[in-house]
Structures are given as C-alpha cells and as structure tokens.
Design a protein. Structure first.
Length: 375
C-alpha cells in the first residue's frame, strides 16, 4: 500500500471518529432545550429544569426554612423559580419532580456527602472569596499505605501547595480530619480545602503547607465510592482502643514524612478535625502531647482532663484553636473544654460562630485558623 493510500485511510478514520462523536452529542441533546441553572443576577437567583413530562416540581435548598418552594411550568416544558439570593456561602439544593428527588442536570458543581451527590449553589461574597478557584493551584492526590494496626491497606488524600513539585523545599503539614459519615474526600469535596489553601497561600495570608486528609473510619480501606469491602472492627476489643488515632500518629505521620518533603518536627505539625474528627484531634493530642504544636478541634466530640491539658502546656503547644457554633449540639462540650484549659492556664483561642453543626462553619474555621499556623 503506497503512502498516499495510507494517508487517505487515516484522514477517513479521523472524519469517521468525529462524526461518531458528533452523533453521540446529538443523541445526548436530542429533544432537550438547553437551559441555564442556577443563574445569579444581582440580588436574585433563578433555577430552571427541563421537565415537560412533570406535573409538580419543587425546589429544595438547605438554606430554606420551609423546606421547599414550588416551581412554575413555562414555555417548552421549562420549570422555573426566581428567589432572593441567599447570603454569600456554599449551599446545596435539588429538585423534587413528582415526589422524586433529582439533581439539577445543568449544574456541574456537586459535592459528595457520604453516598449522596448534591448540587452546589455558590454565592460570591467576602465570606466565600476563598472558596472559588485561585490563580495558582496546588495538587490533590491519593496515596495508599499499609496499616498494621488496622490490618488493611488504606487510602489518604494529600494536598500539596502550588510549586511543591519544583521547589525542592520542605513543608509543614496539617493533618485534617473529617467527621462521622465522612471519609478521606470529605474535606476536599465539602470543605473546599484545596481552594481555601490555594487562595490563602496565593494572597500571602498562610504559609505554604501540605494537608493530609485520612479516612477516619477504621474498617474502611477508602471512600465507599470505590466499592471496597469493609473490615469489621470490634470496638469492644481492648487491643482496638483508639486504634485509628494510634494508626494516625504512628503509621500515617511516618508514612507522610517518608514519602513527602516535610519538616518532621512538632513545630511543623498541626492537627485539626471536625466533630468526630475533632474528637480524634483531642484524643491524638491527649495520647501524644508532644507530637503536634498546633491543635484545632472544631465542633469537637471529645474532652481532655486537667492532667492532659497540663501535659500539652508542658509540651509547649504554640496554638490551641477551639471553635464551635453557639447552636451546635456539641457547644457545651466546647465550653467545658474551654474552661478546663482556662483553669489550667493553657493559652488558647475559643472561636465562637453563629449556627450549628454544619459545613458552613467548618469551612469558615479552616479559613480562619489556617493563616495562624506555622508562624
């Protein structure tokens, strides 16, 4: 076969591939009018859904006090509702079509909460300016490590700041722990960790740092979305007492310090966590008081004795940042911990916010304490 025929065949193959791709897109869009949703315009936001077959469509959002708002059917079967734009924050919403919850097919912004994927409404403003993409972005990767304590191979999420790959420098590390129902993707999906750190670092407000986000469910190899089998952990077994926290401090920390360019000293280690992860944060620092110089329990399910707080004081903790919402169901535990630290003379910050046990607060806390670390 001569070269001319070969080039002709290649050209025909390329054209055929393009036509197949175009046909797939045509099939995907056939019979569907493209609509924009959500659309923020001034002080209003409009939601739309192409659902000509539907008889009743409602909008549900986690900012609504009354649960849902009816949508109206317009031309070409487009359902629509326009409401006042809520205050700047990240919200989740969905449609209820004839009693069935569905996501907004026009909105590619989603977050995963456990096994649920929820649409996001991101309202710009001062509070949310660090939740959007920065100009200089770090990298989020997944690494696997073997846990002898838990007896399984496990996955951890790692954020490295912009320039890590080429700088040759060593970095401090924040170990950031999720709450009950979450996993190693919770802080990047719902917490916007990468975006918050990217923006703070780019603005010179935070030190460049590595952020390690482990899976706090001791029987899980990784997030449930991977479909991996879970190991049954007998929590009544004395040998498994605080097994995850011990794995965090004696397996995950050494793994990170071996495989990443980090400053392997207490003054360059921080630990923070929300709810269950806040309890893990407290337990880790109770068990290993000299390991982390920067401690940030958020809406924490945990406590410390006077002896444990005294040990932290003796170890020379540089920052103890305790945070909780005043209507959080764990508020009283935070108040008690604050009093214990005050009575023991441990200098600390008690950051109080409005609201309860919600990601709006935990994003705010990360955005607030991250600039305080490693300085």
């Amino acid at each position: 076969m001569n070269m001319k025929k070969i080039l002709t065949l290649i050209a025909m193959a390329i054209i055929l591939m393009g036509s197949v791709s175009a046909q797939e897109l045509s099939n995907f869009n056939r019979g569907r009018q493209q609509v924009k949703s959500p659309e923020i315009n001034g002080g209003k936001v409009t939601f739309r859904l192409n659902a000509n077959y539907a008889t009743v469509v409602n909008l549900q959002g986690n900012w609504m006090e009354n649960g849902s708002i009816p949508m109206q059917k317009g031309q070409n079967g487009i359902w629509e509702v326009t409401i006042d734009t809520p205050s700047p924050e990240i919200y989740t919403y969905n449609f209820v079509v004839d009693g069935v919850s569905v996501n907004d097919p026009q909105n590619y912004m989603v977050q995963r909460d456990g096994t649920r994927y929820l649409n996001m409404l991101m309202v710009p403003g001062e509070r949310t300016e660090n939740y959007f993409e920065a100009n200089k972005r770090g990298t989020v990767t997944y690494r696997w490590y073997d846990s002898k304590i838990l007896g399984i191979n496990r996955r951890v999420t790692v954020y490295t700041p912009y320039g890590y790959e080429t700088s040759g420098k060593k970095y401090p590390v924040l170990y950031l722990l999720h709450g009950a129902g979450g996993d190693e993707e919770a802080w990047t999906s719902m917490g916007r960790t990468a975006q918050i750190l990217d923006n703070l670092i780019e603005k010179g407000l935070a030190q460049p740092m590595i952020v390690v986000m482990p899976n706090g469910n001791p029987g899980q190899q990784a997030a449930q979305t991977l479909g991996l089998p879970e190991k049954q952990i007998d929590r009544r077994d004395p040998a498994m007492a605080d097994a995850y926290v011990k794995s965090l401090c004696t397996e995950i920390v050494p793994f990170i310090e071996k495989n990443f360019r980090v400053i392997a000293k207490p003054e360059s280690r921080a630990i923070a966590g929300l709810s269950m992860g806040g309890g893990h944060t407290i337990t880790a620092t109770n068990l290993y008081p000299a390991m982390f110089d920067w401690i940030c329990p958020l809406s924490a399910a945990g406590s410390s004795t006077a002896e444990q707080i005294t040990a932290l004081k003796k170890a020379g903790v540089k920052l103890y940042f305790l945070a909780c919402g005043t209507s959080d169901f764990l508020w009283e535990q935070s108040v008690t911990l604050d009093k214990t630290m005050t009575d023991c003379g441990l200098e600390h910050t008690f950051y109080k916010s409005d609201g309860g046990h919600v990601w709006a607060n935990w994003r705010l806390y990360l955005n607030t304490f991250a600039p305080l670390l490693f300085k």
